[in-house]
Ligand binder design. Sequence first.
Ligand code: OSB
Ligand code: MG
Length: 372
Amino acid sequence: MKRIGRIDSAEMFIVKLPLVKPFETSFSVQTHREALLLKITSNDVYGWGESVTSPDPYYSYETNSTAAHIIKEFLVAILMTLKNFSVEEVLHKFERIRGHNMAKAAVENALLDLLARKCELPLFELIGGKSKKIMSGISIGIKENIDDLIESIQIACDKKYQRIKIKIQKGKDIEILKAVRKTFPDIHLMADANADYSYEDSHILKQFDAFNLMMIEQPLSYDDIHLHSLLQKQINTPICLDESIKNLNDAKTAAALGSCRIINIKQGRVGGMTKSKEIQEFCRNNNIKAWSGGMLETGIGRAFNIHLQTLPGFVLPGDTSETSRYFTEDIVDKPVVLEPDGFIKIPEGTGIGVRVVPERLEKFKVYYERIG
Ligand code: OSB
Ligand code: MG
C-alpha cells in the first residue's frame, strides 16, 4: 500500500468560470461553473481535487457550502491527525461521516493526485487502469427551439462525438426526439430527464421506444430505485440511472430489482475514484453497462473522469467533452480536445497530468481559505 507522509497544508478555493452558453436542464439553468477546489501539499508534492457540487442543491443535496463545511470540519480535520497513511485508511476513516460523497471525492481526488505525483506515475496507473484512447460524448442542454438543438447536434457530429445526449423534460420530449431522429436517423442518441417524470407518466416514456435511443437517463425521482424497476419492465429503451446511484449498495439494489441496464458513474456522486472502481467492477460482473458522467467540471475534475475511464467497466462513451464546449478559458493546461477520430487522449505526465495555471486561478478565484 502506497503511503502519504504528513499533510503540510490544505487549501480551499472557489473559482467561478463563465460558461460559453447557458446550460439548461430540467432542474436549472447554469450560466457559470462555480467549482470548489482543494489543494493538498505534503513534502513539497501537491495534489488537486475538485468537488462536483454547485452553489445550489438542485441536482443533489450537497452544495459548495456543505462540501466546504464537511471538508474543513471533518475530512481535512481527520487527515491532519494522520501520519504516513494510505488512501485506503483515509477512506475507511471517512466512512464514519454519512453521505457527503462529493466532499469525500474532492479530498480523495487531491490525495490520489498527490500520491501519483509522489510515485511519479500517471493517475490511471495508480488506480490500476490501462492506457487507451478515451471515448467522447456530449451532453446538450435544453434549447429554446428545435433549430438551435439541431444545429448543436450537427456541430457535435462534425466534431465526431461518439454519442449525443440531449436533455429533455416533461412536455419537451416526444416532439423534440421525433425531430432529432428525422434529421439524424443513425446517430448514437440518448436522452437525460434528470428525474422530471413520475411513474404515472409511464405512457409518455413508453413512446420513447420509437426513437431507437441508446438509453433514457434518470427518468424518475432522484432517490427512486423501485419504480424504475417497474418502468423498465414496460419499456424497451434501456434505463440508465444517474442521481439514484450514490454507492455500491444502490447499484446492487438496482441490479437485483432490474431497475436499469446501464449506470452513469460520476466519481463525485459516488464518493470518489475508489468507490467508482468498485461500482464499475460490480457492473462488469453483473451485466450492467457503465459510463462516466460529468458535472461541467473544470480541467481538474475533467482529468479525473478521463483517468477513471481507463478501467474496463467503462464500456460506453461518457459525458466527456472538449473543454472549449463549456469554457473559453479554463484554469488548467492542457485543455481537453477531441482528436480527429473523435477520441480523447489521456493527459500526459504524472498525477492527473494537467497543470493549474496560477494566473488563471487568480483571475477566476472568488474565495480562498487555508484549512489545514
Ligand atoms: O445529469 O448528467 C447530468 C451536468 C450537470 C448536472 C447533471 C448532469 C450534467 C450533464 C452534463 O449532463 C455533463 C457534462 O458534460 O459535464
Ligand atoms: Mg444525468
